[in-house]
Design a protein. Structure first.
Length: 404
């Protein structure tokens, strides 16, 4: 009994230390990622691109290529993580990020930025791997808490990155901002190396046989898993759809032009902060519900908030709807990843979370393109489509996600 208690305490301590390492590294990493992104248009102008259309084009493709390629590669890096260990793969990704940002400080032509951003996506896989790391060392009954903490850190990092990047660029120049981003990634790397302990490969079942590592098609055949990918894709799509049109939509409320950026920033911050709160609260509320019911209800809350945005008569009304949308989306997103974590064999968590990450990044990549196109016809259409998509997703989740 004493031996069992000692082993249990040791596992708990390992989990807490690993959870701290992954959460802090995720926060630092997401801060570094967003530290330089808003600076790219200015950097292209510094490199000699003067036409505003060309600046927008170079910025758009350079920003979009990274999540696009990373989404394709996430299951590949996840599968390698299942074979060789998650910690080595995260270290590999962070070292790549350091090298890319150092190189970005010394580019001399726009195409070089695009090429480096392509390489950033090609060798990434960081986001899905940190979730897999959190799941690997977490007790099953604390899985929602572990995943929620990592997702909360991922949301909060971008609230600091752009502010830091703008300040650093203003004081020390654009090129040095990329060197600072490299230093930020080095700090995240040290946190992982020093604090995270790779748990033993628990791919052996109780009868001593090793669990088979699943392929990507085999992962998608797990009961309800493909439905969870769809849930994550649509949630990410709806959340990212606001970026291209929100400043224009706010203008219809009679807000003065010079105040539109301020109100846009406030609303985006509200959605991000409330989404992080939803990620954190998921572990408290979810145990009282069946998983499919909880996900369906959370998505329904996001649909109601999207509908309120459609009929909002004033900016104050919109400010009321934004945190409802954020909390609901945060609850549903963490619940979806938790449901997937419970169904994935421990030997295939890397590839499984990689597939989920591909769904998320697909939504992230497609949403600004499609919502921007819809916005040329009707700004309200973006919110109407979000409402309909989320209502349909709520019913879909209830019927297809399953209870396990």
């Amino acid at each position: 009994m004493v031996k069992f208690s000692t082993e249990s305490d040791s596992l708990t301590q390992t989990w807490r230390r690993n959870q701290l390492a992954v959460t802090v590294a995720t926060f630092i990493g997401s801060t570094g990622f967003t530290l330089v992104m808003p600076l790219l248009p200015l950097y292209f102008r510094q490199l000699g691109v003067q036409d505003l259309g060309e600046v927008a084009l170079w910025s758009g493709i350079s920003v979009g290529i990274t999540p696009g390629i990373a989404g394709l590669m996430a299951p590949v890096w996840g599968k390698l993580a299942d074979r060789y260990g998650k910690k080595p793969m995260v270290i590999r990704a962070l070292l790549t990020f350091v090298a890319v940002n150092v190189a970005m400080a010394y580019v001399t032509a726009p195409w070089q930025i695009f090429a480096l951003r392509f390489a950033h996506g090609l060798f990434a896989g960081y986001g899905s791997l940190t979730l897999a790391m959190a799941a690997a060392s977490s007790p099953k009954d604390r899985l929602a808490e572990s995943i929620g903490m990592v997702q909360m850190a991922r949301r909060l990092g971008p609230t600091m990155g752009p502010v830091m990047g703008g300040g650093i660029a203003g004081l020390f120049g654009l090129r040095n901002a990329f060197l600072v981003a490299a230093v930020v990634y080095i700090i995240a790397l040290l946190v992982v190396v020093i604090l995270y302990t790779e748990t033993k490969n628990q791919s052996e079942s109780s009868n001593g046989k090793r669990e088979q590592k699943l392929s990507i098609p085999a992962v998608l055949r797990i009961n309800g898993f493909f439905a969870l990918v769809i849930v994550i894709f649509i949630l990410q799509y709806a959340e990212r759809s606001l970026a291209p049109i929100l400043p224009l939509y706010i203008g219809k409320f009679g807000v003065l032009n010079d105040q539109v950026p301020v109100w846009s920033g406030v609303i985006f911050s509200l959605i991000a902060a409330s989404g992080a709160l939803g990620n954190h609260l998921c572990s408290r509320f979810m145990p009282n519900w069946q998983l499919h019911q909880f996900i369906a209800l959370s998505v329904l809350g996001a649909a109601v908030a999207a509908a309120l945005m459609v009929i909002a008569p004033s900016i104050i009304w919109f400010l009321f709807a934004a945190p409802i949308f954020g909390v609901s989306a945060g609850l549903a997103m963490t619940a979806a990843y938790t449901a997937a974590g419970h169904r994935l064999p421990e030997s295939s968590q890397g590839v499984g979370f990689g597939v989920l990450s591909s769904g998320s990044m697909a939504g992230m990549a497609l949403s600004p393109i499609l919502s921007g196109a819809m916005g040329t016809v009707s700004l309200e259409a973006v919110f109407i489509v979000n409402t309909v998509a989320l209502l349909g997703l709520s019913f879909f989740a209830r019927r297809n996600v399953g209870t396990a």
